[in-house]
Design a protein around this ligand. Structure first.
Ligand code: UDX
Ligand code: UDX
Length: 453
């Protein structure tokens, strides 16, 4: 077996993961290929197609050393024995399972491309999140090959956007699932070997292939469930005079509960949580587990409810109308330190405000290009600017939607001076000093901050 690696799919997962593998495995040639020529050209340029702290530096060090980006998928398949697959698996929008199931057409097309191009036995590694038992379907396609044998390994990626490089450098764990046969175990070992170059062995877990596939879905569902749980309680805090940050802090200090993923906000976004939970719901339903499916569906419903609730609160404060009022949205990315807006709560909140006939001014340090794409059908009612002061000029309200650190150090007195009065500020991330803002003159409100009496 040769030591080369290729990855099909140069997205948020494929690009950063392969860059870090290339850095730590200088004796391996790593090829990242994609059907999208524009994306590959960007990976080969100074303007990478995704923004991720630290990514530019890693790519600069390894690109054209042992990391290569190309559109020649067949050549890449032929030059290596280990093929990672990181193509997208969006929610299916048609036919059976529409709105819930995973759309596996790209993954299946990729499997067929591998079969067609293969010139030796291969290990095919599922890097993207897939419904449990997808490996079985893929094996069926791959096994059609008359000459060569294919081992399918599940190696889900747990990196979070905005901290992808740090997560890849120091993963909590690396999960590698394979069949518990001599050949399957050997394939697992071949993948363990890659990660062992920098990840301590005790953090590399080998499991059966179904456990690995399911773990990825469930890990995302559990994280999202924590966000929905805390957001549901934020509504109760507003009614009762409790403060959600105090509740979360005190609760999170219980070692059994833990402090992470308890920050109330505008709801979770990102390409994974919603898609993966809906997929889990669909799988449960397809096995007849109706109650289990309903339990997890509620996590998504609470997320939608939180966004509707936030807009409802704004309306209430602003005299029940935002028609023709300028509202400045601070942040459009689904979280800080990324330019990604997929499933961002800002999209839904922007549309709900537009339904109320508001005028929007949107600012974000990294995500404006995607924001413009997301709202292209309503562009005439939205102004885009990288300058928060310009966004707030003449506005009735500022709504902080993304937790960009730089929003903490803005000159709020200057922002206030440029706004129409009364000036409102809705901090949907609970990241600003509400008392300080009120002292300036803002009518300031957070999430889950009841009025204590
Ligand atoms: C995606 C999903 O977001 C994630 O949930 C899933 O677990 C893995 O796939 P990501 O890397 O974020 O991860 O996707 P994306 O940025 O859309 O990249 C996928 C890439 O695959 C795209 O560049 C696309 O052009 C490429 N692709 C897609 C192929 O090369 N071949 C195909 O047939 C389809
Ligand atoms: C997630 C998982 O964390 C990662 O392991 C998996 O590989 C992909 O999906 P990602 O979506 O990139 O990563 O970001 P994450 O940090 O998990 O945040 C998801 C969303 O939840 C964001 O919109 C974030 O703002 C929100 N969130 C997170 C909260 O509202 N409160 C929290 O306490 C944590």
């Amino acid at each position: 077996m040769n030591k080369n690696i290729c990855c099909i799919g140069a997205g948020y997962i494929g690009g950063p993961t392969m860059a870090v593998i290339a850095e730590h495995c200088p004796d391996r040639t790593v090829m990242v290929v994609d059907i999208n020529a524009e994306r590959i050209a960007a990976w080969n340029s100074d303007q990478l197609p995704i923004y991720e702290p630290g990514l530019d530096d890693v790519v600069r060090r390894v690109r054209n050393r042992n990391l290569f980006f190309s559109t020649d998928i067949e050549a890449a398949i032929q030059s290596c024995d280990i093929i990672f697959v990181g193509v997208n698996t969006p929610t299916k929008m048609f036919g059976r399972g529409a709105g819930c199931a995973s759309d596996l057409q790209y993954w299946e097309a990729t499997a067929r491309t591998i079969v067609k191009a293969a010139n030796s036995n291969k290990i095919v590694v599922e890097k993207c999140t897939l419904p449990v038992r997808t490996a079985a379907a893929m094996e069926q396609i791959l096994q059609e090959h008359p000459r060569y044998h294919f081992d399918v390994i599940s190696n889900p990626e747990f990196l979070a956007e905005g901290s992808a490089i740090a997560d890849l450098e120091h993963p909590d764990r690396v999960l590698i699932g394979g069949h518990q046969t001599p050949q399957g175990l050997a394939a697992i070992e071949a993948i363990v070997d890659i990660y062992a170059a920098w990840v301590p062995r005790e953090r590399i877990l080998a499991t059966n292939v179904w456990s690995s596939e399911l773990t990825k879905l469930v890990a995302n569902a559990m994280l999202a469930q924590r966000v929905s749980s805390i957001n549901s309680i934020s509504a109760l805090c507003e009614e009762t005079g409790a403060d959600i940050d105090e509740v979360a802090r005190a609760m999170g200090m219980d070692g059994r509960i833990g402090a992470k993923f308890l920050k109330a906000g505008p709801g979770f976004g990102g390409s994974c949580f919603r898609k993966d939970i809906l997929n889990l719901v669909y799988i449960c339903e397809s096995y007849g587990l109706k109650e289990v499916a309903e339990y997890w569906r509620q996590v998504v419903l609470i997320n939608d409810y939180q966004q509707e609730r936030l807009v409802g609160n704004m309306l209430l404060e602003m005299f029940n109308t935002v028609a023709n009022k300028r509202i400045a949205l601070f942040g459009f990315a689904f979280k800080a330190n990324t330019g990604d807006t997929r499933e961002s709560p800002a999209i839904r909140i922007a549309r709900l405000l537009l339904d109320e006939h508001a005028q929007l001014a949107i600012t974000d340090p990294k995500a404006l290009a995607h924001a413009q794409g997301d709202l292209s059908d309503v562009a005439d009612r939205v102004h885009f600017t990288t300058d928060p002061y310009e966004a707030a000029q003449g506005a009735d309200a500022i709504v902080v939607l993304t937790d960009w650190a730089e929003y903490r150090t803005l000159d709020f007195a200057r922002l206030y001076a440029g706004m129409r009065k009364p000036a409102f500020l809705f901090d949907a991330r609970n990241m600003l000093d509400l008392a300080g803002l009120r002292a300036i003159g803002f009518h300031a409100r957070g999430v889950g901050k009841g009025v204590a009496e």
